[in-house]
Write a protein that binds this ligand. Structure first.
Ligand code: C2E
Ligand code: MG
Ligand code: MG
Ligand code: MG
Length: 274
């Protein structure tokens, strides 16, 4: 009987793995089609200067208008894309999009930067660096208007290669931000060597600001950023009270639902383009 049950268990297990593997392959293959068929869309969320309250830039967040599954947020596909080479296609698409958006903004006199998210795989070789170089040649813009967001672990896991690439991008004038700061290694030994301009405090800490414990962590990150001469932004600001605390602690930048949810690029441009 035990053997029978075990057998059934193995059968289920195998089937689950097969289903999972095939859905991975499907998502990866479908992302290729998504790019050629224009199913990917960027939603923009403003980033504000805490002191002036002015919008200074925006983060591009990916959405997928899937023909069968409908409107998908990154939770439904980014992990799988990151585990396959599909993420590199996505990032390649993002680079082109970001440059053409900035070119449009610059020619309209809109002085905002645009940030987009990249993954560990994008820093495993020179493809991203080459794409950015090529795109800058094809669509000349002020590189300071483009910022790349990367989680700390993606740099530290492959430190030599990743930091060399990010350093080169910064030498070209692009900006780099550490995303979800505080959730990864956060090692002081590394922070000193990271080729970055900005720390983005993870939403988890912002959401705990109103409790004493959360406020201490946020204050530590803000002080850390100041000591390393980095900008610091709090992600996921949802309330006036959080904004007040962040301002009094000296946080330079804020982003979150309190100011705006991510909105479609066209809506963003309708609002901000002169
Ligand atoms: P992230 O880069 O840390 O982006 C912040 C996420 O928090 C976004 O979720 C945003 O919609 C959400 N958010 C912003 N403000 C608030 C707030 O006040 N409250 C709450 N509850 N949430 C807020 P989203 O768009 O679902 O993206 C999730 C993650 O997917 C991103 O985290 C990023 O890691 C990844 N991602 C998004 N777009 C891309 C992309 O184009 N490429 C790559 N590689 N990853 C992406
Ligand atoms: Mg981000
Ligand atoms: Mg984040
Ligand atoms: Mg994140």
């Amino acid at each position: 009987k035990a053997k029978q049950a075990g057998g059934a268990c193995v059968a289920f297990f195998t089937q689950d793995i097969l289903v999972e593997a095939s859905s991975r392959l499907t998502i990866a293959a479908e992302l290729k089609r998504a790019i050629t068929e224009n199913e990917l869309e960027l939603y923009l969320q403003p980033q504000l200067d805490t002191l002036t309250g002015e919008v200074v830039g925006a983060e591009a967040l990916l959405r997928w208008n899937h023909p069968v599954k409908g409107f998908l947020t990154p939770a439904a596909f980014i992990d799988v894309a990151e585990q396959t080479r599909a993420i590199r296609l996505v990032t390649g698409w993002l680079v082109k999009e970001a440059f053409s958006i900035i070119r449009r903004w610059e020619s309209a006199g809109l002085e905002l930067f645009l940030s987009f998210n990249i993954s560990a795989l994008d820093l495993a070789d020179n493809e991203l660096l080459e794409r950015m170089t090529e795109e800058l040649r094809r669509q000349p813009i002020n590189p300071a208007n483009i910022e790349l967001e990367i989680v700390e672990s993606a740099i530290i896991e492959n430190f030599q290669s990743a930091s060399a690439i990010l350093s080169k991008l910064r030498e070209m004038g692009f900006h780099v931000a550490i995303d979800d700061f505080g959730t990864g290694y956060s090692s002081l030994a590394y922070l000193d060597k990271l080729p970055v301009d900005k720390l983005k405090i993870d939403r988890e800490f912002t959401s705990k600001l109103e409790s004493g414990e959360g406020a201490g962590i946020v204050k530590s990150i803000i002080d850390l950023a100041a000591n390393f001469k980095l900008r610091v932004l709090a992600e996921g600001v949802e309330t006036y009270e959080q904004e007040q605390l962040l301002r009094s602690q000296g946080c330079n930048r804020v982003q979150g639902f309190y100011y705006s949810k991510p909105i479609p690029l066209t809506d963003f441009e309708r609002k901000y383009l002169p």
